[in-house]
Design a protein around this ligand. Structure first.
Ligand SMILES: [Fe+2]
Length: 280
């Protein structure tokens, strides 16, 4: 039965409550993460399920941010209702795009990007992150048949969030490494929360919706939304620095990235790399 429940969680000691709609149940008695199948078992991600990894130097960060701005400018220029208005900066996105329908129009385009759209060299990314973790990575996600990159935008005082979830509930993401790269406005008030060590939690201890069955407000989500676990929903923000990327297993529970910074839009790039040899 579809119901709306008031879901509670905490992030770095602060409490949050929001309405999550769906058909909820406790899962079957199984742990989806398997040591024998998982290459990340041999890396620094093993115990917590995530780590901040060194990534772009200062020059690369400036160039990368300019490219993201160019992508957003191109999208905004193509929206007739905006009559050619210009975005002053990425951080002030919410001042121009306050209307929910306009925001939906923008994110319908930012969720389907490619590495070429951002001028990023996939081989540099694969070797830099793979080299640090000691694994072989490939930007071509086999089950997807292409690369995948998405710009996440979270405006201040908004519900521009996903409910907590595991990407690996969807088969297409079981053999990838998740990467979350700060673009602007990322801080201990706004960056992505995770439930540390949650990749090891048994499904019988997870209270969640079915696939494509979670809704927050007007937005419906493909991955099941997690309302609670028997070990609680005490999340932390790893908050990668500007020269880092947050790397995490797709089995880790993450989401609910409320932007508590009242004056700054938060943007982050989310991408996924195939882990060679992982066998789910
Ligand atoms: Fe996710």
């Amino acid at each position: 039965m579809v119901t709306t429940i008031s879901s509670r969680l905490s992030i770095d000691g602060r409490s949050f409550e929001y309405d999550l709609k769906g058909n909820f149940s406790w899962g079957p008695d199984e742990v989806l993460y398997r040591e024998d199948a998982d290459v990340l078992e041999g890396t620094s991600l093993k115990s917590l399920g995530y780590a901040n990894v060194p990534f772009l130097d200062e020059t690369e960060q400036v160039e990368f941010k300019c490219r993201v701005k160019a992508v957003i400018d191109r999208i905004i220029a193509g929206i007739p209702q905006l009559h050619g208005q210009i975005l002053p900066s990425l951080e002030r996105y919410h001042e121009l795009i306050s209307d929910p329908d306009l925001h939906r129009e923008v994110i319908s385009q930012t969720r389907e990007l490619r590495f070429t759209d951002l001028g990023l060299d996939p081989h540099m990314i694969e070797s830099r992150i793979g080299g640090f973790l000691g694994v072989t990575l490939d930007s071509h996600v086999k089950r997807l048949g292409r690369d995948h990159i998405q710009l996440r935008i979270s405006r201040p005082n908004s519900y521009d969030i996903n409910p907590p979830h595991r990407d690996a509930y969807l088969d297409v993401w079981k053999n990838v490494l998740n990467l979350w790269l700060p673009v602007c406005g990322c801080s201990d008030l706004s960056s992505l929360p995770v439930l540390a060590g949650s990749h090891l939690i048994n499904e019988k201890d997870v209270f969640r919706t079915s696939n494509s069955g979670a809704e927050i407000g007007e937005n419906q989500y493909r991955v099941p939304g997690i309302a609670d676990t028997r070990v609680g929903m005490t999340m932390v923000r790893p908050n990668p620095a500007a020269n880092e990327v947050l790397a995490f297993t797709p089995f880790l529970i993450h989401g609910a990235a409320f932007n508590q910074d009242h004056s700054t839009t938060r943007m982050a790039l989310e991408f996924r790399l195939e882990i060679e040899g992982q066998r789910y």
